[in-house]
Every structure is written in C-alpha cells, then in structure tokens.
Design a protein around this ligand. Structure first.
Ligand SMILES: *[C@@H]1O[C@H](CO)[C@@H](O)[C@H](O)[C@H]1NC(C)=O
Ligand SMILES: *[C@@H]1O[C@H](CO)[C@@H](O)[C@H](O)[C@H]1NC(C)=O
Ligand SMILES: *[C@@H]1O[C@H](CO)[C@@H](O)[C@H](O)[C@H]1NC(C)=O
Ligand SMILES: *[C@@H]1O[C@H](CO)[C@@H](O)[C@H](O)[C@H]1NC(C)=O
Ligand SMILES: *[C@@H]1O[C@H](CO)[C@@H](O)[C@H](O)[C@H]1NC(C)=O
Ligand SMILES: *[C@@H]1O[C@H](CO)[C@@H](O)[C@H](O)[C@H]1NC(C)=O
Ligand SMILES: *[C@@H]1O[C@H](CO)[C@@H](O)[C@H](O)[C@H]1NC(C)=O
Ligand SMILES: *[C@@H]1O[C@H](CO)[C@@H](O)[C@H](O)[C@H]1NC(C)=O
Ligand SMILES: *[C@@H]1O[C@H](CO)[C@@H](O)[C@H](O)[C@H]1NC(C)=O
Ligand SMILES: *[C@@H]1O[C@H](CO)[C@@H](O)[C@H](O)[C@H]1NC(C)=O
Ligand SMILES: *[C@@H]1O[C@H](CO)[C@@H](O)[C@H](O)[C@H]1NC(C)=O
Ligand SMILES: *[C@@H]1O[C@H](CO)[C@@H](O)[C@H](O)[C@H]1NC(C)=O
Length: 726
C-alpha cells in the first residue's frame, strides 16, 4: 500500500477517535454533572455541586421551587441568564426606581445593591443609566480589593414627552448615561428627583437608574412606560480563574486550561481565562480539552474546491489541488481555486515540456555522440580496408568466421596499451607486439607503422591469403581489428624467433644443427609447394627468406609475412606486378621482366638453402668484395669445388657430406637464372624429403638448442640501397 494511503487511513482513524471524545464533551459539563438549570446550560468550570465546579466561585445554585427552575450565582439571589466560556456571566440586576403620586408624594423607592465578590462588573459591556424628566441618580461602589471607593452619578431633565421620541438617544434629555470603571465589585444604585415629578407627573411619574448591558436597553419615548413594568435588566459580569497570571498559573497542578488551549490574561482584572486554539472547538476547561474542527465538513471553513479536495489535519486542513499535490490550505487565501488549479496545471504542463525538451536533447546528444563514435569506427574500418576485405572474402567465399574480429579495447588490454616492453619485433611495415588475451592465449599483434593506402592493401592481402591457408607450417591468423586508426592483425604467437636468428647468430656453437636445418628446409619447401599447387588458387609468397620463417620450441617451421603475396588465378601462370620483395632474395628474371611466376619463390628458397648451408646472410657489407653477394660467392665456390670451405662451421662438423652436396646441387638448380630451368617447389620438397630420410641414424641428442632465445615473430626486412646482381 502506498504511504499516502496509509496516512489517510491513520488520519481518518484519529479523526474518528476525536469525534467520539468530542461527543461526550458536547454538553460542556463534566460527565455526570447537571448541565442545565431551566434554560441555562452550565458549562464547566461552573457547576451545581463541588464535584462539578472548579471552585466555589463557580457554584450555581438551581432553585427548583421556581418555575422554570432558576439558576442563582453562588449562594446569593443573582439570577444567571447566560454563561459564556469567554469569561462572562449574564445576570438579572434590579432597577432602582423612585415614584410619586399626583400629589407629589413618593409612593415607591428602592436602592438595589450588588455584591459579587468573586466577579467584577464588566465595564465594557455595562453602562450606568438614569431615565426620567426630573431625575438624578448615583452609583457607589468599591474597586479592586475593596479599598478604592467609587462614587459617581448623572441627572436628566425634560419638560415634555418628545414627539420625535428623544431621537433614540440617551443624551441628558429624559435619559443620561455614563460608563463605569473597570474592576467594580460592589455597587449600590440610588435615584431621586428634585421636584417630586410635579411638572412631568402626567407622562413621567418615576425616575429609574440601573447598571446594565448597554445593548439590552435603548432609550426612547416608550421607555418611561416600559420600565414601569419590569423590575430587572441584564447585566454582565466578568469572571476568570483564580487571581494569578497565565505565566504563574500554567506551572501549577490546578492549571485550568486543558488540551489544545491557550491561556489569556484579561485586561485590568486578576486571574486568567482559557481559550481553544484556532482550529479547535469545545470547552477549554473541560478535562478532555478542545476538539479538532473538521474544516472540510463545513464549506465556509475551508477554501478547497470541494470537500473531497480537503484534508483535515489537527488544528487545520490542507487542500489537495491535484492528487499528490498539497497546498498549504490558507483560510484567507484562494489556494486551490479554479484559477489556481489552472495555474498549477499550466506550470505542470510547462515543467513536463521542459522535461521533455531536456530528456529529448540529451537523448539526441548521446545518439549523436554514439553516431560520431560509430562514424569514426566506420571511417577507420573503411580506411583500413574493411570494405575491401569484406568484398574480397565474399568473392572468395571465405567466411569471416575463421577470422575473429577483435575490438580495440581487447587488444589494448592484451598489450597493456602497446607498452614498449611488449614489442617483440619491428617488421617492414609494422611493429609486432606480444599480447595475452583474456583466456591466457598468447598472441602476436602486428600493428601497421603508418597509415598508407598501399600498406593497407598489403594488410588486407595478408588477411585474405591467410584466410585461405590452413597449414601446420604457416603462421595462423587468428583475427584482426580494423576499428583503430592503424589496422591490427592478430596471429598465433610463435615462440622461438626466426630462422634468421638461429643461423646468423654470433655464437656459431649455439646455432642449429644440420638435421634441423634440413627439416626446416623441407617443411618450408612443403609449405611453398602447397601454396603453389595445393591451395585452391595458387599463392606466390614473394618474400621467402629466413627472417620470414618462424620457429616454435620444437624448431618446427612456420612461414609468415604474406603481406606481399599474390594470388594467381588458375589460368594464368605468370602475373605482371610491381617488383616487390627483399633485395638479395629477388629472382633476377622477375626483376628484369616484372613477370611474376611461382619460380620466383623457388629462387628465393634457393637463397635460403644457401644460407642454411653457409650460415651467411644473402648480402653482407663485410668481407672481401667477391663474398658480399652470397649467391655469386656460392656459385663460384661450387664451380671451383670448394663448397666445404664456405660451409657453416656447425654444418661442416657434421658428417653429412653427401646430403650437403645434394642440397648444394639442389640450391644451385633453384638459383638458375632462367626460371624454366629451376625445379618446381613440389620437386624441391620431394627431394629434400628424400634426403632427410638418410639422416635418420642421427640421434636427437645432437640437436643444438639455442640457449639465448630471442623471440621474434616477424623478421626484419633488410633495406638495401643497391642490388648487386650475380
Ligand atoms: C427559556 O427558553 C424559552 C424558549 O427557548 C423562552 O421562551 C423562555 O422565555 C426562556 N425562559 C427564561 C427564564 O429565559
Ligand atoms: C426560590 O424560588 C421560590 C419561588 O420563586 C422563592 O420563593 C424562593 O425565595 C427562591 N429561593 C431563593 C434562594 O432564591
Ligand atoms: C449567551 O451569550 C452569548 C454571547 O453573548 C450569546 O451568543 C448567546 O445567545 C446567549 N445565550 C442566551 C441563552 O441568551
Ligand atoms: C398620595 O399619597 C399620600 C400618602 O401616601 C396620600 O395621602 C394621598 O392621598 C395620595 N394622593 C393621591 C392623589 O392619591
Ligand atoms: C416631596 O416628597 C417628599 C417625600 O414624600 C416630601 O417630604 C416633600 O415635602 C415633597 N415636596 C413637595 C414640594 O411636595
Ligand atoms: C414617540 O415617538 C414617536 C416617534 O418616534 C411618535 O410617533 C410617538 O407618538 C411618540 N409616542 C408618544 C407616546 O409620545
Ligand atoms: C431630535 O432631533 C431633532 C432634529 O435633529 C432635534 O430638533 C431635536 O431637538 C432632537 N431631540 C432631542 C431630544 O435630542
Ligand atoms: C459593598 O457596599 C456596601 C454598601 O456600600 C457595604 O455595606 C459593603 O460593606 C460593601 N462590601 C465590600 C466587600 O466592600
Ligand atoms: C488569591 O486568591 C487566594 C485564594 O483563592 C487568596 O488566598 C489570595 O489572598 C489571593 N491573592 C490576591 C492577591 O488577591
Ligand atoms: C485598564 O486600566 C488602565 C488603568 O488602570 C486603563 O488605562 C485602561 O483603559 C483599562 N483598560 C480597560 C479595558 O478597561
Ligand atoms: C492553517 O495553516 C495555515 C498555514 O500554516 C495558516 O496560515 C492558517 O492560519 C492555519 N489555519 C488554522 C485554522 O490554524
Ligand atoms: C460552518 O461554520 C460557520 C462559521 O463558523 C458556522 O456559522 C456554521 O454554522 C457552520 N455550519 C455547519 C454546518 O457546521
């Protein structure tokens, strides 16, 4: 249940309780006490018995022998006609009269006295009045505690009954009136005449005087006759509790003001009176105190649109203009009038509009930002040849499923933001980082060095080529990431560096043995053979060199760097392209004719074989002039039958002269100037495989293991300014 509903129910329950309490306090007398005497209701603190009044000042004696029963103040004979809780009591007060007969003899005369020791005569409600055309009257009294004597009077004179009825005013003609001072407790009123009404006897035989509620007597030309027939007029007495001020009394145990009341100090008299707080009603002296007014039940007490919009609260109410919208319920204000409701409606509508605008614009902002980011990613994707790749893959019916698309974040975390410490190599057109994917897989990430459209083509080319190849001796492409500014390729990580590292190392002893060299040569030849013939479309690697042959921990060859490779359609045996490759390994025929054939790879492989045999680099700047170009040096040595002089120390040590000679012959055929004279890669692979079988007697113990493993994935491309043709 919603909290506001609970609140409403609790409020309703509370209100019901108060209603019941209020019902028992309706008579305003203490339960079980006589609350009426004749017509008079007797509210507490007044009462007829000691249990029913506050103290004996508030005793009301009910004279039941009179009919109707007469309430009397105290034990005296003052007849009470009204008691108000605002601190006043109305009593009947006798009129003083002095009457004469036609022979100017006094026939009646009285001087009534009033002694109300507990109460004072209200000076704001009562006036001293004398009526008659030959009249003077006095009032004598005592103020305060009885030491201040008070004596005053007035006289009135007239000669005739005024035809205008004395203008209804008591101004000294037939009637005189004076105010009385505050705090009067004890008065004696007397009246007399100067000439025994001799001259006015025919219309005014009597003089009258009284202290009375000024609102209950209006002088006019009928007053002479009316006063003849009545013996009393209402007079108002003030009453209060005790003789102390609120401040003193409120700390006393007999403090008379109960719940929901305030205490008032009346002016110019002692004692205090109690009053219900605003919003409460009832008898402030009653033990139950004052009760909450349910303003909502009375439309003149609330300003809400309707009772259903009004919520009663203790001592007040609130207007609910709309559901869940509470005003402060000002009584004087116009809260929740129709106009205000419209204002509220308009402001709510306005707020909603503002909200919609804010939400809408921020939504647009985010959409725009997202689109910008997407645009940038798309831009990079296009720029990085993503479309080209998609198109190529589509044309070749290769699914992208085998090539995973990595996100930029994934590779960022894998390489710790391409930290320097993760660099494992710097290739021809990029840097290679070692990374660890979330699953723990080690990968090599190739990052293009510059964003150059031609290099991008090479990247895409590599992706396309590698997606076609599935061979254990080819570095496996795991995926790529084209969302970044420079495209990224992700490969399996090959742990043992390049063949170049292992045969060109300074420490000859730690270089790899002939047995392994031969196996690597065989595996590489098989890969090239596979690329040339076995794959669906022949692939020319174009950059065969030891730096592009990677080795794993078991010295298994993994051919890499297919950036320059070309797919050769089946019906074409040669392809005209821009010369590309690494100097020292380039097929001289291709260099001259720019006709690319599979035999170009054969030539390059021949150079690799020579390198395996000699441990020398294809082109070196050291040594004598004739030794700088390895191929021509090898060719010369072979012709002069001095092969064993140029062999690698490690190779020379091994007793495999026959094999070495055969491999050297094979290499020489591969290095034939004319492509047609070179064997095919298939033949090369077969011959090497056959030669290997002769080495089976070699124990594995002789396998040299490089102790200083430098882990490179992709070899360096040597940039040589001049090409020396053999
Ligand atoms: C009492 O009340 C009735 C009617 O309410 C009125 O006629 C009558 O005069 C009253 N009596 C006294 C003594 O005030
Ligand atoms: C009570 O009323 C009767 C009849 O009016 C009267 O005779 C008697 O004096 C009154 N008693 C008092 C104490 O006023
Ligand atoms: C008593 O006095 C109050 C206030 O002056 C007045 O409203 C009420 O009508 C009076 N009651 C009688 C019965 O005269
Ligand atoms: C007036 O009163 C006196 C004394 O009470 C009496 O002697 C006289 O006869 C009265 N006069 C008239 C006209 O009644
Ligand atoms: C007025 O009345 C008083 C008392 O009745 C009497 O003593 C006096 O002589 C009268 N005066 C006149 C002028 O009649
Ligand atoms: C009292 O005054 C009225 C005018 O206010 C007048 O009409 C009427 O006759 C007068 N009554 C007597 C008895 O003089
Ligand atoms: C009543 O008013 C009229 C006109 O204003 C005036 O002439 C007359 O003297 C007044 N009478 C009294 C008794 O004040
Ligand atoms: C009240 O006044 C009368 C007459 O003036 C006097 O006898 C009486 O002692 C006074 N009472 C008080 C308490 O002053
Ligand atoms: C106040 O009233 C008490 C009794 O109610 C009385 O003993 C005391 O003298 C009074 N004090 C004054 C200042 O009237
Ligand atoms: C109260 O008494 C003071 C003087 O004691 C007087 O100035 C003032 O007008 C009186 N207030 C009332 C309401 O009688
Ligand atoms: C109700 O509360 C309002 C605002 O707090 C206030 O202005 C008003 O006077 C209160 N009304 C009552 C009857 O207390
Ligand atoms: C409503 O309140 C007004 C003002 O207090 C009152 O005069 C009226 O009698 C009340 N009406 C009801 C039905 O209680």
């Amino acid at each position: 249940m919603a909290p506001p509903t609970v609140c409403r129910i609790l409020q309703f329950m509370l209100f019901s309780c108060l209603l019941e309490a209020g019902a028992s306090a309706g008579s305003e007398a203490i339960p079980g006490c006589q609350d009426k005497c004749g017509n008079l209701s007797i509210p507490y603190p007044f009462g007829t018995t000691p249990e029913c009044y506050l103290n004996k000042a508030f005793l009301i004696t009910c004279n039941k022998s009179a009919s109707p029963p007469q309430p009397l103040l105290g034990r005296g004979n003052l007849v009470v006609t009204n008691i108000t809780l605002e601190g006043q009591v109305e009593i009947k007060q006798y009129i003083a009269a002095d009457c004469y007969n036609a022979s100017a003899q006094r026939v009646s005369h009285n001087t009534p006295k009033l002694w109300a020791s507990m109460f004072t005569i209200s000076n704001d409600r009562n006036k001293f009045t004398a009526v008659g055309c030959d009249t003077y009257a006095t009032v004598k009294g005592v103020r305060g505690d009885g030491n201040n004597e008070y004596f005053t009077g007035c006289m009135s004179y007239c000669t005739e009954r005024d035809p205008n009825g004395f203008n209804n005013s008591c101004s000294g003609i037939g009637c005189c009136q004076i105010p009385i001072p505050s705090g009067l407790k004890n008065i004696t009123v007397s009246v007399s005449s100067y000439n025994n009404h001799t001259h006015v006897w025919d219309f005014n035989p009597c003089s009258y005087a009284f202290v009375a509620d000024e609102t209950k007597f209006t002088f006019n030309n009928k007053s002479f006759d009316e006063l003849k027939n009545i013996e009393s007029l209402p007079m108002v007495l003030d009453w209060a509790i005790g003789n102390e001020t609120c401040k003193v009394a409120e700390h006393k145990p007999d403090y008379a003001c109960k719940r929901n009341t305030i205490c008032l100090d009346p002016a110019n008299r002692s004692g205090y009176i109690c009053k219900c707080k605003d919003g409460y009603y009832g008898n402030p002296y009653h033990p139950n105190g004052c009760q909450d007014i349910n303003e909502c039940k009375n439309s003149s007490l609330h300003n809400c649109i309707s009772e259903s919009n009004c919520l009663n609260t203790p001592g007040n109410y609130t207007c609910s203009c709309l559901k869940g919208f509470h005003g402060d319920g000002r009584k004087d204000g116009t809260r929740c009038t129709r106009n205000e409701l419209n204002v509220i409606k308009i402001s709510i509508a306005f707020s909603l509009c503002v909200l919609v605008v804010i939400v809408g614009s921020s939504w647009l902002f985010f959409i725009n930002k997202k689109r910008k980011l997407l645009n940038m990613k798309n831009k990079f994707f296009r720029q990085n040849g993503g479309l080209l790749l998609q198109q190529e893959l589509h044309e070749r019916n290769a699914s992208t499923e085998t090539v995973k698309i990595f996100t930029a974040e994934e590779l960022n975390t894998a390489t710790k933001n391409y930290d320097e410490s993760h660099i494992v190599g710097r290739g021809g057109f990029g840097t290679v980082y070692k990374g660890t994917l979330k699953k723990g897989t080690e990968v090599a990430i190739k990052k293009s060095r510059v964003v150059d459209q031609s290099q991008i083509k090479q990247f895409i080319n590599e992706v396309i080529i590698l997606s076609q190849i599935n061979h254990r001796n080819v570095v496996k492409l795991l995926g790529c990431c084209l969302e970044t500014e420079v495209p990224l390729l992700v490969y399996e990580f090959v742990s043992n560096g390049t063949l170049s590292d292992h045969i060109h190392c300074e420490d000859r002893e730690s270089s790899i043995s002939w047995v392994i060299r031969l196996r690597i040569a065989t595996e590489s030849a098989q890969v090239l053979s596979y690329l040339h013939s076995a794959a669906s479309t022949p692939i020319i690697h174009r950059d065969v060199k030891p730096a592009n042959i990677l080795l794993d921990d078991n010295y298994t060859a993994k051919v890499s760097d297919f950036g320059a490779s070309r797919l050769v359609p089946m019906d074409q045996t040669q392809l005209s392209t821009m010369v590309q490759g690494t100097l020292g390994y380039l097929d001289p025929e291709y260099l001259c004719t720019t006709q690319l054939t599979e035999k170009s790879d054969v030539y390059s492989f021949g150079v690799v074989l020579v390198e395996l045999l000699t441990g020398k680099t294809a082109h070196s700047f050291a040594g004598p002039e004739e030794e700088r170009n390895l191929v021509s040096h090898f060719d010369k040595s072979l012709r002069n039958d001095r092969l064993f002089e140029i062999l690698d120390e490690k190779v020379a040590k091994e007793r495999a002269a026959e094999q070495i000679q055969e491999v050297a012959k094979l290499a020489k055929r591969c290095l034939s100037i004319k492509g047609v004279e070179r064997p095919s890669m298939k033949e090369v692979a077969q011959e090497l495989e056959d030669l290997r079988k002769l080495t089976c007697q070699h124990p594995w113990a002789e396998v040299a293991v490089s102790m200083e493993e430098t882990q490179f994935l992709l070899g360096q491309t040597f940039s040589v300014s001049t090409y020396v043709s053999n």
